[in-house]
Design a protein around this ligand. Structure first.
Ligand code: NAI
Ligand code: MG
Length: 358
């Protein structure tokens, strides 16, 4: 029996509601397999914790988290705390301290999920975005001078290191190899306007591409990529993007795959020097919190990604199949999908389907 130690940070709002369903699916999967189990430790960190203690997480939280195999996070944020405080105090802190330099974002439209593009279907929307996750435009380097005076200035500097950029690019090519779809990587750039950072980015892309002669490449500016997502999503396989550009195009990707209720992500430290963190892309949704209306599918997809990072087991694909069956059946769907089921009923339905598949 292999035991995985999972740190669970449900966070705020619907983070709590969807995390319960993710854990339910993990336990169902483990029970069916019989040779793995999960040991959960819950951390009450988030905005409520901040209002009580002045910190978003325990002061030695990073130290404590080091001992886990993975971190499962719900969502963080509440109207009572400024968003830049909640984001920097927990999520960004974990991403940076644990050098989770890859943000992995599958964009896949499942049969039965709503797509905003009228002539596109599940066969057209199936790609992966690899987003650089610890530096670039979000490095936090900069400053403000002459605050609140007419001559006030704000400077925000993007930082790109060779070491990190190489690793991110290399991972994109490895993912393309593994997917074996079109064996293609699209470089998302803006080197016409950003004449230092993105010219450097393109140079590293070319260097790494040379190591993978069997993988074809294409380089597109980020604005064009945004347009192509809508016009020809079927042409994409793997994309690699900087922190800011990846952030923006993955929200567009979320829309293509049916909305935030479907968008899952992994923050990876590939060397496993530190735990990686898995989270749905959506926020804490204060507008629907506590009502049992949250769609847990993004979280269920997220735990599938966590399983794929922790173990090599093709059976994890059954989790996506179980979600698909629930979607196609249409009986257990939350209001965002025009259903009337509660969050926990969707989780239960997915677990039932999973039991029938494995
Ligand atoms: P949000 O993702 O929380 O909500 C946007 C809209 O989508 C809302 O109408 C919400 O009801 C809906 N929605 C989101 N997830 C849903 C789900 N699973 N099922 C059904 N409907 C869902 O984004 P918003 O409103 O901009 O931010 C709310 C708070 O969450 C803020 O404090 C923000 O900073 C934080 N946030 C945290 C993130 C994280 O923890 N990774 C990511 C994005 C926002
Ligand atoms: Mg975003």
């Amino acid at each position: 029996m292999k035991t995985f130690k999972i740190a669970v940070i449900p966070g705020d709002g619907i983070g709590n509601e969807v995390t319960a369903e993710g854990v339910k699916v993990l336990d169902t999967f483990a029970a069916i397999k019989g040779n793995i189990q999960f040991e959960y430790t819950y951390f009450p960190w988030g905005c409520e914790y901040y209002l009580k203690t002045g910190n978003m997480m325990d002061v030695n939280g990073i130290e404590v988290l080091k001992g886990f195999d993975a971190i499962l996070l719900g969502a963080v944020g509440d109207p009572s705390v400024a968003d830049h405080v909640s984001l920097h105090g927990l999520l960004l802190k974990i991403r940076q301290e644990f050098n989770q330099y890859i943000n992995l974002r599958p964009v896949k439209l499942l049969p039965g999920a709503p797509c905003p593009l009228k002539d596109k279907g599940p066969e057209d929307i199936d790609f992966v975005v690899i987003r650089e996750n610890v530096e670039g435009e979000y490095s936090g380097v900069g400053g403000i001078r002459f605050e609140n005076r007419p001559e006030e200035i704000a400077i925000q500097t993007a930082v790109f290191t060779r070491k990190n950029t190489e690793k991110v690019m290399d991972y994109a090519f490895k993912v393309a190899q593994k997917r074996n779809k079109f064996n293609k990587v699209t470089n998302v750039t803006k080197s016409n306007a950003l004449n230092y950072s993105m010219v450097f980015w393109d140079k590293i892309f070319k260097e790494i591409a040379a190591n993978y002669p069997e993988i074809s490449t294409e380089t597109n500016h980020v604005d064009a990529v945004s347009m192509y997502f809508l016009q020809r999503p079927e042409s994409f396989d793997v994309l690699v993007a900087s922190n800011l550009f990846g952030d923006i195009i993955t929200d567009l990707g979320a829309a293509l795959q049916g909305g935030l209720g479907f968008a899952a992500s992994g923050n990876l430290n590939l060397e496993k020097e530190f735990p990686s963190m898995f989270e749905p892309v959506h926020g804490s949704a204060p507008d629907i919190k506590g009502k049992g209306m949250a769609n847990p599918i993004a979280m269920v997809w997220t735990v599938k990604m966590m399983l794929d990072f922790l173990l090599e087991d093709e059976d994890t694909a059954a989790i996506i199949e179980a979600i698909t069956q629930v979607l196609l059946e249409g009986k257990s769907l939350t209001p965002d999908l025009k259903g009337s089921a509660k969050t926990h009923e969707v989780g239960d339905a997915i677990c039932e389907k999973l039991k029938g598949l494995l």
